[in-house]
Design a protein around this ligand. Structure first.
Ligand code: FAD
Ligand code: NAD
Length: 475
């Protein structure tokens, strides 16, 4: 087998595998090395996202949301179901089948594109050589003209709350519960905490979410965060802010989680604990001495705006480099790097990366929050439109939430769009496109939106920014 490639990608997650495919589309010879190990020891491409992140979490969110709707919304539609039940084993089997199909699909895509998949460990040596260790332990030294590092991230551990794989788990563990815990504690009210907390809450777990910060969802626009907190509390997520976790101890009655808040020392006793306090870059055994690749103080691989590490022809993308830890951010970096390697144009617009939290209501945004825009010295105007005034949302029995447009008061340029409500993650795509083309709120106002659709809420929010909304009174 050939040991020399134009491009070797280390890491086959949502950053690495698109980089490999695009490089092959660009007529380069490509190998993609991935060392992911499933619980049963089998290997799989797709990284955290497909195996233990985006895809399995969305599968369980969908199943649990269907149950919640059947229990709480169907009656309003006049749909009567008796004895609504659920089967966690079946939900987990469905999830596993989706993951298997998606990860297997990457190998089919590699085959079609002409990428060589190598299951095992990759380690960068000086001179763009890569030491590859296969599943059977055999080593080969490969040579590349370009190396792309896409080694991803791992869950951040919490001192005093040690993972034991049973009662105290990370996000992957929380996706694998074989039964609904009666009492669950999630540490961290971030994206993972809210999504996985929602899954198990909907299935019946008494769920406490401990968040160190006093502010809920500080990265979201403050009115969206406020609305979200209200809905989550109504759903029974017991979100406790300003909770500084001191430690956890497993005993006969469960896991005792100790924390301190404004009122003093507190204890919550639960059956299972999920630690979801963020992720950190994963670069273990990735770099030999003398490669010239540098890690920053937080362990991220240092790169410039175009993902160059500074070591000749060595690039790095995805969660192992700066920027939001999102699959689509890594994908765009992978595509851009593969195009730059081929001498073509490649660019990532970091100002227009959408964020989505797949709770109910769903939350999505792009660009600056109103607070961030004001802090940056902008004079802003805003327009909001509630889904309660959207005919389609009402027909769907999904009138919670709103769309909010933040625009520059002078130039009318859209600075940010914030949505909480039905299909927010789908609706945000229009705002991302608008921002990609530096659209004004008037551009959105003059774009025809089909009626009755949820997207009309964004249209009306843009109109409301100029007090020209039709379907709500302008204030
Ligand atoms: P990874 O997906 O981590 O892939 C890196 C791969 O490289 C892994 O397979 C790893 O085994 C392999 N590797 C590492 N080092 C080596 C080596 N030396 N040799 C060989 N292989 C190596 N993001 C979203 O955008 N949307 C979501 O809905 C979403 N949901 C999430 C839900 C959960 C529960 C979690 C945990 C994360 C979620 N994320 C989501 C984040 C998303 O999973 C990451 O941003 C994304 O996976 C990063 O992609 P990556 O390719 O950089 O890294
Ligand atoms: P996060 O950064 O979103 O949230 C972590 C939360 O934990 C924060 O609110 C933080 O204040 C809190 N925290 C930190 N230390 C704490 C402590 N000691 N005690 C209590 N709270 C503490 O991180 P995450 O939820 O673990 O997710 C990790 C990454 O994965 C994120 O960067 C996210 O972008 C990505 N992700 C994305 C999606 C999505 O796009 N829908 C879903 C899941 C994960």
């Amino acid at each position: 087998m050939n040991d020399s490639f134009d491009v070797i990608v280390i890491g086959g997650g949502p950053a690495g595998y698109p980089a490999a495919i695009r490089a092959a589309q660009n007529k380069l010879t490509v190998a993609c090395i991935d060392g992911w190990k499933n619980r049963d020891g089998s290997s799989a491409f797709g990284g955290s996202c497909l195996n233990a992140g985006c895809i399995p979490s969305k599968a369980l969110l969908e199943s649990s949301e269907l149950l919640h709707r059947a229990q709480h919304e169907f009656a309003a539609h006049g749909v009567q179901l008796d004895g609504i039940g659920f089967d966690v084993t079946r939900m987990q089997q469905r999830k596993a089948a989706i993951v298997k199909g998606m990860t297997g699909g990457i190998l089919a895509l590699f085959k079609a594109a002409g990428v060589t998949p190598l299951a095992g460990h990759g380690r960068l040596l000086p001179g763009r050589k890569v030491e590859f260790t296969g599943a059977d332990g055999t080593k080969r030294t490969l040579q590349a003209k370009h190396v792309v590092l896409a080694s991803g991230s791992e869950p951040m551990p919490l001192r005093g709350v040690d993972f034991d794989g049973k009662a105290i788990v990370d996000s992957w563990g929380a996706l694998e519960f074989e039964a609904v815990p009666k009492r669950l504690c999630v540490i961290g009210a971030g994206v993972i905490g809210l999504e996985l907390g929602s899954v198990w809450r909907r299935l019946g777990a008494e769920t406490v979410v401990l968040e160190a910060l006093e502010q809920f969802l500080p990265m979201a626009d403050s009115v969206v965060a406020k609305e979200a907190q209200r809905h989550f509390r109504k759903q029974g997520l017991d979100i406790r802010l300003g909770a500084k976790v001191a430690g956890a101890k497993t005993g006969k009655s469960g896991v005792e989680v100790r924390y301190a808040d404004k009122s003093g020392e507190q204890v919550v006793v639960v059956d299972r604990v999920v630690v979801a306090i963020g992720r950190r870059p994963y670069t273990q055994d990735l770099l030999a001495e003398g490669t010239g690749v540098v890690l920053d103080a937080r362990g991220f691989i240092q790169v410039d705006d175009h993902c160059r590490t500074g070591a000749g022809n060595v690039w790095a993308i995805g969660d192992c480099v700066r920027g939001p830890m999102l699959a689509h951010k890594g994908k765009e970096e992978g595509i851009a790097v593969a195009d730059l390697i081929a001498g073509q144009y490649g660019h990532v617009n970091y100002k227009a990366i959408p964020s989505v939290i797949y709770t109910a209501p769903e939350i999505a945004w792009v660009g600056q929050t109103e607070e961030q825009a004001r802090a940056a010295g902008r004079t802003v105007k805003t327009g909001s439109f509630p889904f309660a005034a959207s005919g389609r949302a009402r027909a769907m029995e999904a009138g919670a939430g709103f769309c909010k447009v933040v625009a520059d008061a002078g130039s009318d340029e859209i600075l940010g769009v914030h949505i909480i409500g039905p299909m927010a993650g789908e609706l945000i795509a229009e705002a991302v496109l608008a921002m990609e083309y530096s659209a004004s709120s008037e551009d959105l106002q003059r774009t025809i939106h089909a009626h009755p659709t949820l997207s009309e809420a964004l249209h009306e929010a843009a109109l409301a920014a100029d007090r020209r909304a039709i379907d709500i009174p302008n204030r």
